[in-house]
Write a protein that binds this ligand. Structure first.
Ligand code: ZN
Length: 291
């Protein structure tokens, strides 16, 4: 009897320890913010909350000095993270931080380019290669082609003109262009995104860039009359980049419909996991919107 008890206890210990060994460590993610032409104080905390509440990630915030302040002390330890979520557009970082960021991405670090982060650093060549497409800050044909879809085909259009604009905020339909990418697999082919800005006329180097999903930018809402990219992936060095133009967070205490629906949350979390690991373990929740 005693031996049976011992074996049973040992078996329990084995079960518990194997469970501990199998429990996955959360994926470390850094949300980088501190300057933006948007309400970064709200958006960065919302993004961090989504990441932490998913049970998959452990997210920290890196907040830069304010506009015009000395940036020399802003040195996030990128190497401690599997993905960096960029919620930043503003003053240049220090040379040291720029170099550390490029080394991190080149070495295989994941990047998420969130909404206005594609407005940042027009004159930083490598940053624009990492984001693939950008807008505003006087971008024009010297920054690269416009990228959009026409009749189901991707167009790279070198016509001169400004880069980056959007019509009025509205609900819009998002259509998948790549259905078997880890980020998009299992999502509906078309779904309705909550009220948001729809960026258009983005242009940039667009090297190693794949458009995963587009949205029709209607002239009636002030758009281009083109299918504009909304979700993209880019390869830069060994790094994976997920670029989402979704998620406008404006001034005030909310609500912020653009980031509050499953459309934003699910694509953001799946894109971040892919950028960090190259895989997506998350399913598609039942409340994901359809057409
Ligand atoms: Zn915006």
């Amino acid at each position: 009897m005693k031996t049976v008890k011992k074996i049973f206890v040992l078996f329990l210990i084995f079960l518990i320890s194997s469970d501990i060994l199998n429990a996955k460590d959360p994926i470390k993610v850094l949300v980088l913010t501190g300057q933006n032409n948007h309400n970064w104080q709200a958006s960065s905390v919302i993004l961090q909350k989504y990441l932490n509440e998913s049970g998959i990630f452990a997210a920290d915030l890196a907040v830069s000095p304010k506009t015009g302040e000395d940036m020399s002390s802003f040195c996030p330890d990128f190497s401690a993270y599997k993905a960096v979520v960029l919620d930043y557009t503003g003053d240049s970082w220090s040379e040291k931080t720029n170099k550390a960021f490029l080394e991190y991405v080149n070495g295989g670090g994941g990047v998420v380019v969130y909404h206005a982060a594609n407005n940042a650093f027009r004159n930083w060549k490598e940053y624009n290669e990492i984001t693939g497409l950008g807008g505003w800050d006087n971008r024009n044909e010297t920054d690269g082609p416009y990228v959009y879809f026409r009749d189901g085909n991707e167009v790279r259009d070198t016509t001169p003109g400004p880069g980056g604009s959007h019509g009025k905020k509205h609900e819009y339909k998002i259509a998948l262009r790549i259905k078997d990418h880890p980020i998009t697999k299992g999502l509906p082919e078309i779904w309705t995104h909550s009220k948001d800005e729809l960026y258009d006329r983005l242009r940039g180097p667009a090297k190693n860039l794949t458009v995963l999903a587009t949205a029709w930018s209607d002239k009636e809402t002030g758009g281009t009359g083109r299918d504009e990219p909304v979700l993209m992936v880019i390869k830069w060095g060994k790094g994976r980049v997920f670029h989402t133009i979704l998620g406008h967070v404006g001034a005030g205490d909310g609500p912020y419909p653009a980031v509050e629906g499953a459309s934003f949350i699910v694509t953001f979390l799946r894109g971040t996991e892919w950028a960090a690991t190259g895989k997506v373990s998350q399913g598609v929740p039942d409340d994901f919107p359809c057409k």
